[in-house]
Design a protein around this ligand. Structure first.
Ligand SMILES: [Zn+2]
Length: 344
């Protein structure tokens, strides 16, 4: 009885917190709403020097199977070591077909009961993947889930302003033509994004205008689908032609995605944007690598794992880890010097 009433109290508390958070964000961004529709959240650094650190995991929700639990365990260890501020999920949060509703037990079985380490009890910023669109999308966006687990926050496209860095979360699934033209035997929940052309052009316009307005030292864009990838799915042509020009015109530093079940770092000579895939949250080892210019591939790892990012006003450092917590690849760059340092 006591547990239940505590749970109910927690649920009410987090629901109220979520509503206050969202309404504060709406109020604080009222003036800018005339120019864009993206919801803006503030995430103040908890550290005296304003630095940030976070983990990125993607393609994970399988009730702990396919090494999901082992990846979660190592995320807890690295999260503790880096004293992380939050976690980013690059989507495909619940396999195979998203959530059936707000009462789907997969939410607890694949999220709350898996990422249990103390260091992971931080805010999670989640985007939707194509598998999430095969279920009830509104359920994943619902504040009821935030009530069940206060870490959960999922929106279609939104901004997190963390002072030294600004994060632009982009809903990439509706960009891919094939889900509309050749859905195979899957049913996608497109409610809320139709008419599609208008939805997509608004995202592009909003991302462009908010990137232009941003004064953050570091600009980081997160989506589910890769722009550049040597994985099974390869490049996403719709994002290459529509989103990438906007990111490059606005000096975006990192594009982070999931979708391909691998860990990957693609870097094109003379172009500052880095393409980082963290999609190794559970099922991996597909054994598929597309032909790609080897000079662009700084890391391609077919197995499970995750990524960390550490940011100071002058430096970004990333690292990829395997299922045992071993570092597979590190990379860093300094903003002031525009020099890059490769490790390993
Ligand atoms: Zn996917």
């Amino acid at each position: 009885m006591e547990n239940k009433s505590t749970m109910n109290a927690n649920l009410l508390f987090f629901s109220a917190l979520f509503l206050v958070l969202v309404s504060c964000c709406s109020l604080s961004s009222c003036a800018a709403d005339a120019d864009h529709e993206l919801r803006r959240l503030q995430h103040a650094s908890a550290k005296a020097d304003g630095s940030l650190s976070f983990l990125v995991v993607g393609d994970w929700g399988r009730r702990g199977t396919y090494n999901q639990s082992r990846v979660a365990l190592q995320m807890g260890v690295i999260g503790e070591k880096l004293d992380i501020d939050f976690v980013i999920s690059t989507g495909d949060n619940f396999y195979d077909d998203g959530l059936t509703g707000i009462d789907d037990p997969a939410f607890e079985e694949s999220f709350s009961k898996i990422y249990t380490a103390p260091s992971l009890q931080k805010q999670w910023y989640n985007v939707l993947g194509n598998h999430d669109y095969r279920g009830n999308v509104e359920a994943q966006l619902s504040p009821v889930l935030t009530g069940l687990d206060g870490r959960w926050l999922c929106m279609r496209s939104f901004i997190v302003d963390a002072e030294i860095a600004e994060f632009f979360f982009v809903d990439t699934t509706p960009f891919a033509d094939k889900y509309f033209t050749d859905p195979e035997d899957h049913v996608y929940d497109w409610s809320g994004i139709l008419p599609r052309n208008e939805y997509l052009s608004n995202i592009l316009k909003d991302v462009d205008s908010t990137l232009k307005e941003s004064n953050a030292k570091w600009k980081i864009v997160v989506g589910h689908h890769g722009i550049r990838s040597a994985g099974q799915h390869g490049d996403t042509p719709e994002l290459v032609s529509q989103l990438l020009p906007i990111l490059e015109a606005n000096d975006v530093d990192l594009y982070i995605n999931g979708h391909d079940h691998c860990l990957q770092h693609v870097s094109t000579p003379n172009r500052p944007i880095q393409f980082l895939t963290s999609g190794g949250g559970s099922k991996a080892w597909r054994g598929v690598v597309m032909p790609y210019d080897p000079s662009e591939i700084k890391l391609y790892y077919d197995g499970q794992g995750f990524m960390s990012v550490q940011i100071t006003p002058s430096q970004v450092d990333i690292a990829f880890y395997d299922v045992f917590g071993n570092v597979l690849h590190k990379w860093g760059t300094s903003k002031d010097l525009y020099s890059t340092t490769m490790y390993m």
